[in-house]
Design a protein around this ligand. Structure first.
Ligand SMILES: Nc1ncnc2c1ncn2[C@@H]1O[C@H](COP(=O)(O)OP(=O)(O)OP(=O)(O)O)[C@@H](O)[C@H]1O
Length: 225
């Protein structure tokens, strides 16, 4: 398998308040093991595109392939299973359940898939926490850890189902430079040691310059890929 993700002629319109052609014939692919970033001015359509690529938004024209399977038009139950299994997502804000422990937060997406026993899921979650050097925080409540630690927990949670691609929407946007570099180093390690593919929307030029490839957006178009 060569491509983890392929977008073909993606077009999207927002109908309100006025008809607006937000994504204009977007085509590109992400190869297995590739670490790509998407850059572009505010309003160029980056987040809108990422939500389509992650199968969360299905209101578009064109074709989307995940691991070379055509996913456009699939029923929402099937899509959410595919998404849970193949795509990890990290946002600007961590969206952890603050009343739950770090370990419980990481286990949650695996419980949704309901394929493994509680013990197996706990074992896998501990492995992810170890990989990110935060296993000592496992039993702590999520509201008792720092911002940088919360983002690492969010990454562990995104990895729990062993996705083939990790997507990020400004995953370092809310972090100081030390923690932003830390997140970049984790992503790079995931690419190099686990062969993971990554696609990250970022405004951080330093972050983007260190990725394999920058996909540049302007006014709903891709102007460089
Ligand atoms: N639900 C919506 N309805 C109408 N217009 C929208 C909607 N969501 C976004 N837009 C518009 O679509 C354009 C692209 O938005 P999008 O959030 O994808 O941009 P972006 O490149 O991610 O920007 P930023 O870097 O500021 O996050 C913007 O002009 C925005 O105002």
């Amino acid at each position: 398998m060569r491509n983890v993700l392929e977008a073909k002629n993606i077009n999207k319109y927002f109908k309100k308040p006025v008809l607006f052609h937000v994504l204009k014939d977007i085509s590109f692919e992400i190869k297995r093991g590739e670490f790509a970033s998407i850059m572009g001015k505010s309003g160029s359509g980056k987040s809108t595109l990422l939500y389509i690529l992650s199968t969360m938004d299905t209101d578009y024209k064109g074709d989307l392939y995940l691991n070379e399977e055509h996913v456009t038009g699939k029923p929402s139950v099937e899509l959410s299973q595919l998404r849970n299994k193949h795509i990890g997502f990290v946002f600007q804000f961590h969206y952890l359940l603050l009343e739950f422990s770090v370990l419980e937060n990481v286990m949650l997406p695996a419980k949704k898939l309901a394929q493994l026993s509680h013990e197996e899921i706990e074992h896998n979650a501990m492995q992810k926490l170890k990989m990110l050097h935060i296993d000592h925080l496992a039993k702590k409540r999520a509201n008792r850890i720092s911002g940088g630690e919360k983002q690492r927990v969010a990454i562990a949670r995104a990895l729990i189902n062993n996705p083939s691609i990790l997507m990020g929407d400004e995953p370092t946007g809310n972090l100081d430079s030390y923690n932003a570099k830390n997140v970049f180093d984790i992503f790079k390690q995931l690419k190099e040691e686990a062969g993971l593919s990554l696609l990250v929307v970022t405004h951080d030029e330093d972050f983007a310059s260190k990725t394999d490839r920058i996909i540049q957006m302007e006014d709903g178009h891709i102007i460089h890929r």
